[in-house]
Design a protein. Structure first.
Ligand code: KG4
Ligand code: ZN
Length: 335
């Protein structure tokens, strides 16, 4: 059977990325240009600055990816692009570039939801089999999904307030760690002990999450100690915070696997890079005989390879965009 090559573009936040993926699982080439060092100066992503950098870099990154793959655009079967959710100004650059390529080279255009991309990053590790439970944990999302088959996404629970990555970034800022906060808190947590009394957030029977209370508890604790003139033991606070986050994520995920009678779990999104979460899920899944896939670090945070993997399955299902395709800042992932 003839192979299908998808050229994918991702520009939803502060990474300009282009990738070529063969048959939804084989990475031919990927280029990721991150703006982290630029946004670090501001303590977080500045949307206007991000989109300006995407404009400057998008054509260079496309050319570099084709060069790395040793391919021409004519050899590509379709163009996939993240249309949302994300920063609107950033998304627009990727969508416009994809539409231009699709029009100029007469290629099908495939719109991909950013979270579908994070989920299909797992297919770059090994072929995803169904049914499965997906735990999606990123800077903008915290969701549990039931997938009966390819490209079928049933949300069974999600955060009622902050996304888990957002809580990590906020806590990092409070304890004086640089952007992006997640990896910094994770690293520090491994040097500390779980000594601070923090609540286990939304420990109920639902599949929903809530992280704003836990985040506020960390902020209040930190301020109170400062007012009393006490030093915060940063590594212990990071460890206590991370343990609560990991415990509730793992608890509700394992419950979902049991109640849905599913023995396959995939983890997706930037927070899937978290060492504490990876270790905890590995242990629990071994105990419960659950087949676990967690992408390697490079596929956890934003990249176009995952969009190319998801784009392949969307392409097979006949999902197409046309030149009216627009970027969307918000919107849930639906079947
Ligand atoms: O998926 P992603 O790259 O962007 C979104 O789609 O949101 O996720 C970024 C988020 C940030 O909040 C970042 O702090 C968090 O993922 N993150 C981590 C780790 N690495 C990245 N959070 C906890 N531990 C990590 N090791
Ligand atoms: Zn993401």
């Amino acid at each position: 059977m003839k192979s299908t090559y998808i050229l994918a573009i991702e520009s939803s936040c502060d990474e300009t990325s282009v990738s070529i993926i063969k048959d939804g699982h084989e990475e031919i080439a990927t280029v990721v240009l991150t703006q982290i060092d630029i946004h670090k100066l501001f303590g977080g992503v500045v949307p206007e600055v991000a989109s300006r950098h995407h404009i400057e870099n998008i054509t260079i990154v496309i050319e570099e990816c084709l060069h790395k793959a040793n391919m021409t655009i004519e050899q590509v079967d379709a163009i996939a692009v993240t249309y949302g959710p994300g920063l609107i100004g950033s998304l627009l650059i990727g969508v416009q570039a994809a539409k231009t390529l699709a029009y100029l080279y007469q290629k099908p255009l495939i719109p991909v939801h950013h979270i579908a991309g994070h989920i299909y990053a797992n297919n770059l590790v090994e072929e995803m089999k169904f049914p499965l439970i997906a735990l999606v944990v990123s800077g903008g999302h915290t969701e549990l999904m039931y997938m009966k088959e390819d490209y079928s996404f049933e949300k069974i629970g999600g955060t009622l307030d902050d996304a888990v990555g957002e809580a990590y970034d906020k806590v990092a800022r409070v304890i004086g760690l640089p952007y992006p906060g997640g990896p910094a808190v994770d690293k520090l947590a491994h040097q500390g002990k779980d000594t601070y009394h923090l609540p286990l957030p939304l420990d109920d029977d639902s599949y929903d999450f809530s992280f704003s209370g836990l985040k506020s508890a960390v902020i209040n604790l930190s301020h109170n100690e400062q007012q009393r003139g006490n030093e915060i033991r940063k590594e212990d606070l990071a460890c206590s915070f991370q343990n609560r986050v990991v415990e509730i994520l793992a608890k509700k995920t394992m419950k979902a696997l049991k109640e849905f009678g599913v023995d396959r779990l995939i983890v997706a999104g930037g927070v899937a890079a978290n060492q504490g979460l990876r270790e905890r899920l590995q242990t629990l899944c071994e105990q419960e005989n659950i087949h676990l896939i967690i992408p390697p670090m490079k596929y956890c945070t934003d990249n176009a390879a995952m969009i190319g993997a998801a784009g392949y399955f969307a392409y097979q299902l006949g999902i197409r965009g046309d030149l009216t395709l627009n970027a969307k800042a918000t919107g849930e992932l639906k079947k």
